[in-house]
Design a protein around this ligand. Structure first.
Ligand code: ZN
Length: 245
C-alpha cells in the first residue's frame, strides 16, 4: 500500500514574533507535528502562510491525502481563492485535520457553515480529555481518558453543526466542558477537529496528542471506494417502459 501523503500547514506567525512560542516550538509548530509524523510510515511535507500561494498550490494539494491545519492570529490573511481550492479538494476526497484555534479558520467555518465560536480562558488550567467512542479508529492506543496538565480552556457552547461522530469530550479544571474531537464527512472527504494545541504550551510533544493526530491521519486518508457520478441519467439500469402522461 502506498504511504499516506500528509501536508502540515501552519500559519507560522506566533513563532516569529512571540519569544515564549519560539521557545516551545523553535522550528515552528508545523515542524513539531511533521517530526512525529515522519516517524510513521507517512510521506510528510509542510506548508506555511507566507510561502507563495500559502504553500498550497494545485500540485501540492493534488499530492496530499491529508492536510493538517494550524492557524490563529492570521486567519484573515489566508486568501479566499486558496480556501476555495482546499475546500474543493476536501469535497473531492482529501482528509482535513483542523487543530485548536483553527476552529476560526476560513476553511473550517466554510466547511461547517456556522460561526464555530466558543468560550475561552487562558490561565494554564488542567484539561481532562475523555474518550467517548472507544471503538473509533481515532482512539486506538489511548486509555479511557488522558490529561493535559496546563492549557488554554475552550468551553461550550461550541457553535458547530452536530458532528457525525463525537469522539472526545473535555473537562477543564475551571468547570467548563467542550466537544474536543469531532468527525465530519463533507463530500468525499473526512474532516476531524481536534481541540488541543495552544501555542504557548508543549502540547504537540505529548504522546497521547501525537497518537490522536497519527490515528486521525489514518482515519481521514481517502479510503478508496467507487467514483461517484452526478447529474442526468437518461439510460435506466433496468428496462423501463416509458410512461406518457
Ligand atoms: Zn489557543
Amino acid at each position: 500500500m502506498p504511504s499516506i501523503r500528509v501536508t502540515v500547514w501552519n500559519e507560522y506567525r506566533h513563532e516569529k514574533v512571540h519569544d515564549k512560542v519560539a521557545e516551545v516550538y523553535p522550528d515552528g509548530i508545523h515542524e513539531a507535528i511533521a517530526g512525529f509524523l515522519r516517524n510513521q510510515s507517512f510521506e510528510v511535507r509542510t506548508a506555511t502562510l507566507d510561502e507563495p500561494e500559502h504553500g498550497l498550490t494545485d500540485a501540492v494539494l493534488a499530492d496530499t491525502d491529508v492536510l493538517i491545519w494550524w492557524g490563529h492570529m492570521a486567519h484573515h490573511d489566508v486568501q479566499d481563492e486558496i480556501v476555495e481550492r482546499v475546500r474543493a479538494r476536501v469535497l473531492a476526497g482529501m482528509g482535513l485535520i483542523v487543530l485548536h484555534s483553527g476552529h476560526f479558520s476560513k476553511i473550517f467555518t466554510k466547511l461547517m457553515g456556522s460561526t464555530c465560536n466558543l468560550k475561552w480562558r487562558e490561565i494554564g488550567e488542567k484539561e481532562r480529555i475523555y474518550v467517548i467512542e472507544p471503538g473509533h479508529p481515532i482512539t486506538q492506543g489511548l486509555d479511557e481518558h488522558f490529561e493535559i496538565p496546563h492549557t488554554e480552556m475552550y468551553g461550550e457552547r461550541f457553535d458547530i453543526p452536530a458532528p457525525d461522530t463525537l469522539v472526545f469530550v473535555s473537562w477543564f479544571e475551571g468547570g467548563e466542558l467542550f466537544r474536543s474531537g469531532c468527525c465530519y464527512h463533507r463530500g468525499a472527504g473526512k474532516v476531524f477537529y481536534f481541540r488541543p494545541g495552544h501555542e504557548t504550551y508543549p502540547i504537540f510533544y505529548q504522546p497521547e496528542v501525537q497518537q490522536v493526530i497519527i490515528n486521525a491521519v489514518h482515519w481521514a486518508a481517502p479510503a478508496g471506494g467507487p467514483t461517484v457520478t452526478f447529474g442526468q441519467r437518461p439510460e435506466p439500469l433496468e428496462a423501463v417502459e416509458p410512461y406518457e402522461a
